[in-house]
Design a protein around this ligand. Structure first.
Ligand code: GLP
Length: 241
C-alpha cells in the first residue's frame, strides 16, 4: 500500500481528484468504480470544477458504484443512485446510460446480484476503484465477517453502520437494514484502488487496514494484498499508524 499524506479534507479531496482525472486523461474510456458517503463529495466537487474549466471530461467514461440500499429506488433522496446523480453525474458530461449502481428496487436478491456482477464483468472490470472506509473497516457495504465476500451480495448492515449512516436520514428508523454491495473479490480485481479517509473517527479502521492482520474482520485489510493500492488520508486518520 502506498500512503499519500493530505493536510486536511480539501487537500485529500484534491489529491483524490488528481488521481481520478489522471486516470481519465490517460484513458478516456476508463471504467471507474465509485463510492458514496461524505468522504468523496469534495473529490467529486473538484472534478466538476475541472470539468467546467475544460481540464477533464467524462464523455467516454463508464462507472460502477459499490453499493445501494436494498428497497430504495433511484428517485429516493436517500438512495445512492440519487446521491451520485446529484453530487456528480448531473454536473458533468457523462452519458447516464454508462453509469451503474446496483438496482435497489430489484428485491430478487439472486437476480440483483448476478446481473450486477455480469455488468462489471462485461465492462472488463474496474480501472480505478475509489473507496471510503467504514469505522469498522468495511468497504462498500462489506461488513466484518468470517470470510471475504466474492461477487455482489445482499448484506445485513451492522448496528454500528446503521448508526453511522443514520446522520444522513431524518429518522434513524428510516435507515434501510439491508444493502447490495459489490464483493471484496470484485473490488480487488480493480487495476488501481484509491482509499480516501479523513478524521479521527477513521483512525482505528485506517490503522487496521494498513498495519493490522489481513482478516475479514476488517474487510479493508485485504487491500494490503493489492499491488496498486493508494491510501489518501489526513493526519487524524493516520494518527494510529
Ligand atoms: C457507507 C458506504 C461506504 C462508505 C462508508 C463511509 O457505509 N457504503 O462505501 O465508505 O459509508 O462513509 P463516510 O465517507 O460518510 O464516512
Amino acid at each position: 500500500m502506498k500512503i499519500i499524506h493530505a493536510k486536511d479534507y480539501d487537500d485529500m479531496s484534491r489529491k483524490v481528484a488528481n488521481l481520478i482525472s489522471a486516470q481519465v486523461i490517460l484513458k478516456p474510456k476508463s471504467v471507474l468504480g465509485l463510492a458514496t458517503g461524505t468522504t468523496p463529495i469534495g473529490a467529486y466537487k473538484q472534478l466538476i470544477d475541472w470539468y467546467h474549466k475544460g481540464d477533464v471530461d467524462f464523455a467516454e467514461v463508464s462507472t460502477y458504484n459499490l453499493d445501494e440500499y436494498r428497497g430504495l429506488s433511484g428517485d429516493d433522496p436517500q438512495s445512492y443512485r440519487y446521491f451520485m446523480n446529484h453530487q456528480f453525474f448531473d454536473h458533468i458530461d457523462i452519458d447516464k446510460d454508462n453509469t451503474h449502481v446496483p438496482d435497489g428496487t430489484d428485491l430478487d436478491v439472486e437476480h440483483a446480484c448476478k446481473s450486477y456482477d455480469q455488468l462489471v464483468k462485461d465492462a472488463g472490470y474496474v480501472d480505478l476503484q475509489l473507496l471510503g472506509i467504514g469505522r469498522n473497516g468495511h468497504i462498500g457495504f462489506n461488513e466484518p465477517a468470517d470470510a471475504f465476500s466474492k461477487g455482489t451480495q445482499c448484506v445485513d448492515l451492522t448496528p454500528s453502520t446503521i448508526e453511522a449512516n443514520s446522520r444522513l436520514f431524518d429518522n434513524p428508523d428510516d435507515v434501510p437494514r439491508q444493502a447490495y454491495t459489490m464483493g471484496v473479490q470484485t473490488i480487488m480485481q480493480a487495476r488501481m484502488i484509491v482509499v480516501a479517509a479523513t478524521g479521527a473517527d477513521k483512525a482505528q479502521a485506517v490503522h487496521d487496514m494498513i498495519e493490522g492482520a489481513v482478516t475479514p474482520q476488517c474487510p479493508a485489510s485485504i487491500l494490503q494484498l493489492h499491488t496498486n493500492c493508494w491510501v489518501v488520508a489526513d493526519a487524524e486518520a493516520l494518527s494510529l499508524c
